[in-house]
Design a protein around this ligand. Sequence first.
Ligand code: NAD
Length: 267
Amino acid sequence: MQGLTGKTILVTGASSGIGQAIALRFAQEGCNVAINYRKSLQEAEDTQTAIMEKVCGDVEACHVQSLLIQGDVSQEADVVHLVQQVIQRWGRLDILVNNAGIQTERPAHEISLEEYDRILNVNLRGSFLCAREALKHFLERGSGVIINVSSVHEIIPRPFYLTYSLSKGGMGNLTRSLALEYAGRGIRVNGIAPGATLTPINDAWVQDPQQKAVVESHIPMGRAGTAAEMAAAAAFLASDEAAYITGQTLYIDGGLTLYADFREAWS
Ligand code: NAD
């Protein structure tokens, strides 16, 4: 993709799933990659190892670098430290990917305030905090890109996932509002909205062939997406090939947002 080689990217929650695939894809595009992780150093190191094996081959002569940074995106001090670490290491940050996200399944009337705050704090407050810290630096440089990893539940209501749907709905407005506010200052903000994707967050059905078949039966293209497919869209939106695109959320969902129940005649 044009314009990615030599750039520096920070990916939150990059130790697994879509975040890991994004980190790998941008390294393949020639970016230096900061891999944020919350808890598991081992998983973060797996991302780094994948970069080494698939991109570098020879570590000594590798043309891209990676950096592991522990931090909870819902905590202001952690996020300030996260962005500072990237700038300290490479002198710049070009691309932020707000990927870290969590979900819980529960009827809305049983959600505690603690659970409500926990989901919103990671998915939405965390994305705001990371964007805010990145924007301060982008404004100094006069350029920058933010990619928010949203979900089809930005627009599809999802019973039992109220907090998640709220957070991703809010993320859509985070994308549009920031895009508008900073469009004249060299900064682009877009979102990717994955449909059902084969990652650990979906272990409940990914690991169960029967459950997986049920999920996939609702998808017009008949299969779940892969993390690599999500990463490809993120790379496009961050590249110069998307230089005139801002404020958009790109749905990567095998047609899930096309009202799949209308595929066949109802009578
Ligand atoms: P995942 O569970 O593998 O990845 C989520 C990552 O976020 C994990 O690495 C986790 O450690 C990290 N994380 C959680 N809380 C954090 C915190 N406080 N600070 C920093 N990191 C934190 O699942 P995934 O599917 O790869 O999810 C990635 C993103 O994609 C999420 O935002 C999710 O909502 C979104 N998404 C996933 C799907 C899907 O079907 N897999 C669909 C739509 C959207």
